[in-house]
Design a protein around this ligand. Structure first.
Ligand SMILES: [Zn+2]
Ligand SMILES: [Zn+2]
Ligand SMILES: [Zn+2]
Length: 128
């Protein structure tokens, strides 16, 4: 509505980030798009996908490959893993990490690791 395109893009990104913050569990791009559109009605699906990709690159969002890759969760860049409830879809962070250490991998395989991703699936306390 007469806004310069840069301001409109910023407002749309804002709407997407606000919508993102309202999810406490897994969500799809379509669900994020639908929620963000309540604040920014002209928001296109392509913009949602593009923004989601930026958020993923920055660590604010992570996709869950074993759930088809099209399922996302809110995240943060620090090292941690996720406890994903298979019943209600809730996601909890955990800083418990049982991955082999870099030193052990180097010693046994001559392998120098850079990153690992672990998602732990099960039943959350509320659903148990
Ligand atoms: Zn996370
Ligand atoms: Zn649950
Ligand atoms: Zn770890």
């Amino acid at each position: 509505v007469g806004l310069p395109s840069e301001a409109r893009a910023t407002a749309q990104r804002r709407a997407i980030v606000d919508a993102l913050e309202s999810f406490d569990s897994t969500f799809t791009a379509a669900e994020l798009h639908e929620r963000a559109r309540r604040a920014s009605t002209s928001l296109g699906l392509a913009t949602t996908y593009r923004t989601l990709e930026l958020l993923r690159a920055s660590g604010a969002v992570r996709s869950i490959p074993s759930m088809g890759g099209a399922v996302y969760i809110r995240c943060h860049p620090g090292h941690h893993h996720h406890l994903v409830c298979l019943r209600c879809g809730s996601v909890e962070d955990t800083d418990l990490c049982a991955a082999p250490t870099a030193r052990e991998l180097k010693r046994r395989y001559g392998f120098v690791p850079e990153a690992h991703e672990v998602e732990i699936y099960g039943t959350c306390a509320r659903c148990a």
